[in-house]
Write a protein that binds this ligand. Structure first.
Ligand code: LRH
Ligand code: MN
Ligand code: MN
Length: 424
């Protein structure tokens, strides 16, 4: 982990300038009738979960270029996640993927406590075969034509719930790659019936205080049809299974130009918005850093979330889901967590009363300008001040680089080569 003096020294150098910027922004917001301290308090209380699988260097089906100090296992991953939380104070929890991260609950709990983290949603993996697995998922998992394969997938999901219950998790996220690669290969209706039946068995094993999140994705790995391909199918699943079942929206899982914020609004309206996988995308499920391509879209999603905050019981889960191919994953995740916080802070600045009025009057120009005023405001002093006050770093990337953490872990963790991987 990073020693407190490195953080303090860096913060001391930045503090006077930050306080001046914060005071100037406070004056500006005051003129808009906004109390900067109230916004800062809400930003400080906000957290987004880090995906355990995000701290290792990602890759594509063409190649992977691992960096120095790649985490060897979940305990290394938790250490990396601890650094992200230590510097940003925006990522208090980690989302595990099973079986990638499967370890005894006591060991997971001990490490999490050591690095100051808790566990967020569990993720099941029935999109890959594992060694010693009786049945292959080549042709599907929960929707497979073979009952024994479906049963195996159901049991894996229940095992994820069992482990999660021992480490303080309260949700299971199911994403399946099930689908087909050729027209005619699968019967759409029967395949979905099988999925619903199997998912219903998982749902039946869910503790009362848990949420089952199902995640839709348009395509990949199946390239002709996917069983849970869009929010419509996802909503049907959540409605069919029951009150504890909700939809998870991964920002990269839609067709280009789809209006994701409107999907968010629809799911919220009907009580079925369960959570997010934040990332950004240009073409498909690119898993790019959150806010790196279209920060305005992220803001528009948060605009819907802020609008919904008053709904009783509204508490969708927030997780990052990214793949870092050319950056240090710790740096990308720190910047991404900050981008999520930024979108939240900007959405909090929207004058909702004025916006309502312009909407009622059909004043399109003033409505959109009022909305955009939130996005145009540079809220960085609010985010940085929240970090400073919480013991984090004013400039997380600068402190991380100055700390030499990557070189330190690289001395312990063996080097990994990407050579020889990729297309075979
Ligand atoms: C599928 C997905 C899903 C998986 C993760 C590794 O594309 O978004 O959330 O669990 O990637
Ligand atoms: Mn995802
Ligand atoms: Mn994805």
């Amino acid at each position: 982990m990073i020693t407190a003096d490195i953080i303090e020294q860096s913060n001391a150098r930045a503090e006077a300038r930050l306080r001046a910027d914060y005071a100037a922004l406070g004056e500006h917001l005051d003129r808009r009738g906004i109390d900067i301290a109230a916004i800062k308090a809400r930003v400080a209380a906000y957290g987004v979960a880090v995906p355990s699988w995000g701290v290792g260097t990602g890759g594509t089906r063409f190649a992977r270029f691992p960096g120095p100090g790649e985490p060897r296992h979940i305990f290394d991953k938790l250490e990396d996640c601890g650094v992200i939380q230590q510097l940003t104070r925006a990522t208090p929890s980690v989302s595990l993927h099973i079986p990638w991260d499967a370890q005894p609950a006591a060991d997971l709990n001990a490490k999490a406590e050591e690095v100051g983290l808790t566990f967020d949603a569990m993720n099941s993996n029935t999109f890959q075969d594992q060694p010693d697995q009786a049945h292959s998922y080549k042709f599907g998992s929960l929707s497979h034509t073979d009952a024994a394969t479906r049963q195996q997938a159901v049991e894996h999901n229940i095992a994820c719930i069992d482990l999660g219950a021992q480490i303080g998790s309260r949700a299971l996220t199911i994403w399946v790659g099930d689908g087909s690669n050729f027209p005619g290969q699968a019967n759409f209706t029967r395949q979905f019936e099988r999925y619903l039946d199997a998912a219903g068995q998982v749902y039946a094993a869910l503790p009362d205080d848990w949420t089952l999140l199902t995640e839709h994705k348009m395509y990949e790995p199946a390239f002709y049809s996917t069983v849970v391909q869009d929010w419509g199918t996802n909503l049907l699943i959540a409605q069919q299974l029951g009150a504890k079942a909700k939809c998870l929206v991964d920002l990269g899982h839609h067709a280009p130009n789809v209006n994701i914020e409107m999907i968010v609004a629809r799911l919220r309206q009907f009580g079925k918005l369960g959570g997010f996988h934040f990332n950004d995308s240009k073409y498909g499920d690119d898993d790019l850093d959150t806010g790196s391509i279209d920060p305005y879209r992220l803001f528009l999603v948060f605009n819907e979330l802020v609008e919904a905050e008053a709904d009783p019981g509204f508490a969708p889960m927030h997780m990052l889901d990214q793949s870092h191919n050319v950056t240090d994953p710790i740096e990308s995740l720190m910047v991404s967590a900050t981008e999520v916080q930024r979108a939240y802070a900007q959405a909090l600045l929207v004058d909702r009363k004025a916006l309502d009025g312009y909407q009622e009057d059909n004043d399109a120009l003033m409505a959109t300008t009022t909305l955009k005023a939130g996005f145009r405001t540079d809220v960085e002093p609010i985010l940085a001040m929240a970090r400073l006050e919480a013991g984090g770093a004013v400039d997380p990337v600068a402190v991380y680089r100055a700390s030499g953490y990557r070189a330190q872990v690289a001395a312990i963790r063996p080097a990994v080569s990407g050579a020889g991987g990729g297309i075979v």
